[in-house]
Design a protein around this ligand. Structure first.
Ligand code: GLU
Length: 472
């Protein structure tokens, strides 16, 4: 391999090619799965102060084998066509791995969001949405955006409102975008979903004794040392939940402003509060500041979670990574050539297209909620509660013993929307991990989880194409 650093899209395609050798699909079909089906680049003017700025933006639909296509919208100055194509392709494979019945897509707007006022960001978002509507690139059955790096529920609400302005009367309008505020047709648990999915995925990965033995680790999350790179929505929830529910020990955190370390562990909740108040993680009591922010990646730890942007582990620093497991919470944090080094060094890499699929999984639940026009749990919650209560009454009668009020409330509780979302997410992450682990075990020549995940995705997408009958 040459010295030039490979691009994100090249990395995705090299990973694809490596795995494609293990699938038994017609060559042309494999090529069709690999390519991006539609790339829309747009340039539009936005008034900023008394100037007019030309904004560059994209929407890429990678695969139409299932509709709608699905994927977030990124606001970042690093957005370019290569990046959006790579991210759209990853969405196709991601959805297939977790059995979310969508094709992959992604959008990007090339701006630094912090350089614009809220009002200007709203104008940009509304104009971008209008461009998508004009070209028929958005709709509940066409293409459904969601948040990504630099965007959140607020932007999704603007998208929804703009869509509705044009499509007044469309019954399923609310399904045109996901990740919306709960009060505006969103779903409970969407904001935490990617981070929570990362936790479920890691917990499943460390539950296999033979896999852990190879890494010299015990099973279970409790006490595992973790390093989190990036405290955005994904990194902060992954850290918080791994600590709260898994009892993992977060020993280092890195962010834009620097990286901090504590052998004793860092309380994530308090750290996030500290950052909110001071604007930085640096100086958080009981921690030392590392020489530079990327030093966190090179620390000795059980689990490293890169949760920011692509290409942070490249062939320049891959040999310095001392983590035993890497959970790719971000999309594409490890370049293709870096991964070869990591695999050689016996590191277990849990790939992005699986471990960060929790976001799109809950987006799928949100979309279903929008199409059904009803909150999950509304129909059955009381019925279940009444049934459980009758059951407890019968047990009390038969045993002659009574259960305390608190316990009764606990065992007779009917599921709310948040319970059902978390339950569906947990099931999805556990099931998908077992699938890709099995592919890796069965195919002797596959020695990494990414190739196994690709094989699983390629077979599913390939079969969809064949079942569509588009290749007579
Ligand atoms: N942007 C997220 C991702 O990369 C979520 C996509 C979605 O919910 O559609 O997976």
């Amino acid at each position: 391999m040459s010295n030039k650093n490979i691009s994100f899209y090249e990395s995705v395609n090299l990973n694809f090619d490596r795995a494609a050798k293990f699938v038994d699909l017609p060559k042309g079909l494999v090529e069709q799965i690999k390519v991006c089906n539609a790339v829309y680049q747009m340039k539009f003017p936005v008034k900023v102060g008394n100037q007019i700025k030309v904004i560059e933006a994209y929407r890429v639909q990678h695969s139409h084998h299932r509709l709608p296509t699905k994927g977030g919208i990124r606001y970042s100055i690093h957005v370019d066509q290569d990046e959006v194509m790579a991210l759209a392709a990853l969405m196709t494979y991601k959805c297939a791995i977790v059995d979310v019945p969508f094709g992959g897509a992604k959008g990007g707007v090339k701006i630094s969001p912090f350089k614009y006022t809220d009002r200007q960001l709203e104008s940009i978002t509304r104009r971008y949405t209008t461009e998508l509507i004009r070209k028929n690139f958005i709709g509940p059955g066409i293409d459904v955006p969601a948040p990504d790096y630099g965007t959140g529920a607020r932007e999704m609400a603007w998208i929804l409102d703009t869509y509705l302005t044009f499509k007044n009367g469309e019954l399923d309008f609310a399904g045109c975008v996901t990740g919306k505020p709960v009060s505006q047709n969103g779903i409970r648990g969407r904001a935490e979903a990617t981070g929570r999915g990362v936790y479920y995925g890691l917990r499943e990965a460390v539950s296999f004794e033979d896999d852990m033995k190879k890494l010299g680790l015990e099973t279970g999350m409790a006490g595992k040392t973790m390093v989190i790179q990036g405290l955005g929505n994904v990194g902060s929830h992954a850290g918080l939940i791994s600590q709260k529910e898994g009892d993992a020990k977060i020993i280092a955190v890195s962010e834009y402003e620097g990286a901090i370390y504590s052998e004793k562990g860092i309380d994530m909740e308090k750290l996030l509060k500290f950052r909110k108040e001071t604007g930085s993680i640096v100086g958080y009591p009981g921690t030392t500041t590392l020489a530079h922010r990327d030093a966190a990646l090179e620390l000795e730890c059980d689990i490293l979670v890169p949760a920011a942007l692509e290409n942070v582990i490249t062939k320049e620093n891959a040999h310095k990574i001392k983590a035993k497991i890497i959970g790719e919470a971000a999309n594409g944090p490890i370049s293709f050539d870096a991964e070869e080094i990591l695999i050689k060094n016996g590191i277990l890499v849990i790939p992005d297209m699986y471990i960060n699929a929790g976001g799109v999984t809950v987006s799928y639940f949100e979309w279903l909620k929008n199409l059904s026009h009803m909150r999950f749990g509304r129909i059955e919650k009381r019925f279940n509660q009444n049934t459980y209560n009758s059951l407890v009454n019968v047990v009390e009668k038969l045993t002659g013993k009574t259960i305390g009020e608190r316990e009764r409330r606990m065992v007779t509780r009917g599921a709310d929307e948040i319970d059902l979302v978390r339950s569906g997410l947990e099931e999805t992450m556990v099931e998908a991990y077992q699938q890709i682990r099995l592919v890796r075990k069965r195919k002797k020549r596959i020695n990494d989880l990414r190739s196994a995940a690709f094989v699983s995705a390629l077979n599913k997408v390939g079969n969809d194409y064949l079942n569509l009958g588009v290749f007579p």
